[in-house]
Design a protein around this ligand. Sequence first.
Ligand code: NAD
Length: 264
Amino acid sequence: PGPLLAGKRGLVMGVANDRSIAWGIARVLAGQGADLAFTYQGEAFGRRAIPLAESVGSKIIVPCDVSDLDSVDKVFEEIKKTWGSLDFIVHALAFSDRRELHGRYADTTRDNFVNTMVISCFSFTEIAKRAAELMPNGGSLLTLTYGGATRWVPSYNVMGVAKAALEASVRYLAADLGPQGIRVNAVSAGPMRTLAGAGISDARVIFNYQRDHSPLRRTPTLDEVGGSALYLLSDMGGAVTGEVHFVDCGYSTVAMPTLEALKE
Ligand code: NAD
């Protein structure tokens, strides 16, 4: 068989640099023949993101800050004008005030709660609605989440609450868009060393704990997250929708540290 995404066109949102999960996914998708459009958050992010997008031959590279809905609309106008239709979306972006990714969730402010929810959760719904209008032949939408959505993780705080809402929106969007042949899924990645990851207080401690207590005793690579995204975005995952797929070296399946660690 030929490349899995030959002739498919997709939008990738969330490349900040070459460590971004969005970039790890984009690399794999481009390697399977996909034609990719990219958004970057603004000029400063563009300095790193634009050359990366160009390196995989992208012709549509546009700024987009999801807190500004006009900039979201412009992305879809550009895609409609240039491509006419779309096959998939990768939504790999999130934001919260780093001063609140620290200490107690109970101390979250109303402003940061709303901002975190709008950028990290509701943007996926706004994007899904616009993408679906360009998917007359069906499609696949993917977002990124983390295990802190369903179980407490220190410092993850309001981001955990936003990811729980994001995972719920995956299920609701899957039901809404399923009749049009559009699938909606999330990849729940283990901890990765990225810009966003570093915003969480004591990220290194959490990273090391999860690495040492996963069945595989490591964390996922960008290529592995990309491979799982490829499965969900291509026809290989054709009957999968409304799912949160863990790519975390098995961490989500264990309830306790290893016996060796418990006995220490
Ligand atoms: P990253 O810093 O490389 O990417 C985050 C992206 O979000 C950046 O490109 C940034 O520009 C974008 N962004 C933030 N606010 C935005 C806005 N208002 N408008 C448009 N874009 C905005 O970090 P990453 O770890 O690759 O994050 C990608 C996704 O993966 C996020 O949803 C994150 O929560 C999720 N995730 C990360 C980890 C991890 O450990 N790093 C684990 C699981 C899930």
